[in-house]
Design a protein around this ligand. Structure first.
Ligand code: AMP
Length: 307
């Protein structure tokens, strides 16, 4: 096992201009692990659910090479529940409900068989839980990536600062980068954020792609222009999962390989938004993914004679 993910495994209820779901399986950790399973054959996840969580989903994760022994099942308790409603532009959403339930008292336990992992992906969770996992690993992974959100910047900025000092890669969206740095220009924001700890920064810009800041290099990857975006929930986590899955599978975190990892993450995210929740990720296979990666190559490839 060379990849470990920590993140929420949840129930989501989603409303978009195209439809509405009852409680379906979601959670940052779920999207990350399912996405990275396209690249890594075996991986671990650390999370917590209540007794209401379907065992079929855990079985399905196991089939995908995801070791779920690090998911605690709390008897008599309920799984984390999140509900959101998208605006007509699909770029913004309102959180309608956040019921922390088992996440409220989550003490992440890393099974002994997960020790020695090379790559760690900290999905969006409270920064102190993220830091606890780093501290509970006996050897430091080769690369630690972390996602976070404005929610933690609002209520736990000191904790977030401490955790950011321990990670190598931070993956956030443009709005979060601006809030974190208090800079509007993303280039200036990247400078401020990288002084806070993570030497490598990825800023996601939704339908406008993603930027990678690595050393003195900057790389930009577009998002695939899709005719329809049905449900963007989990797209950011799916991107992060594809990115870290690709890095872990290739065991290479150079700038050149991170560019490829960003395309891998972007391709998987482009599938995620086509249906509700994890549905589309469950339908596609490696061939579908490869075809889409090729679409990215075509989208960005051009030849030109110099002036
Ligand atoms: P994204 O669309 O990438 O922001 O991720 C959405 C997922 O994050 C949903 O499946 C939610 O269950 C999960 N989520 C939302 N809020 C939180 C939170 N405060 N902590 C952990 N996971 C969350």
């Amino acid at each position: 096992m060379n990849l470990l993910t920590v993140g929420s495994v949840a129930f989501d209820a989603i409303e978009t201009p195209f439809g509405k779901t009852d409680k379906i399986v979601g959670g940052a950790g779920t999207f990350i692990a399912l996405s990275s399973s396209f690249f890594v054959e075996s991986q671990g996840i650390v999370s917590v659910v209540g007794e209401d969580f379907p065992t079929e989903t855990l079985d399905y994760m196991n089939q995908k090479g995801i070791d779920t022994t690090g998911i605690q099942i709390k008897e008599g308790e309920k799984t984390f529940f999140w509900s959101g409603k998208y605006h007509n532009d699909m770029n913004s959403r309102d959180t309608l409900v956040t019921e922390l339930n088992v996440l409220g008292t989550f003490d992440p336990i890393v099974p002994p068989s997960f020790q020695g992992v090379d790559y760690l992906m900290l999905g969006n969770l409270s920064p102190d839980v993220q830091r606890t996992v780093i501290e509970r690993l006996e050897t430091r992974p080769k690369l630690i990536a972390m996602d976070t959100m404005n929610f933690w910047m609002d209520i736990a900025m000191d904790e977030l600062r401490k955790t950011m000092q321990l990670v190598d890669v931070l993956i956030i969206n443009d709005e979060e980068a601006r809030q974190l740095s208090k800079e509007y220009s993303l280039v200036k924001a990247a400078k401020v954020i990288r002084e806070m700890g993570p030497k490598i920064l990825i800023i996601k810009k939704g339908e406008h792609g993603a930027l990678l800041f690595h050393g003195d290099n900057i790389f930009f990857a577009p998002a695939l222009p899709l005719e329809e975006v049905f449900d963007p929930t989990g797209a950011g986590d799916t991107f992060a999962g594809g990115f870290m899955g690709y890095i872990a599978a290739t065991d290479d975190y150079s700038f050149e390989n991170m560019k490829r990892a960003i395309i891998a993450g972007s391709a998987l995210a482009s599938f995620c938004v086509e249906k509700f929740g994890t549905q589309r990720l469950a339908e596609i296979n490696k061939q579908d993914l490869n075809l889409r990666i090729n679409e990215f190559v075509k989208l960005t490839n051009f030849e030109m004679n110099l002036a």
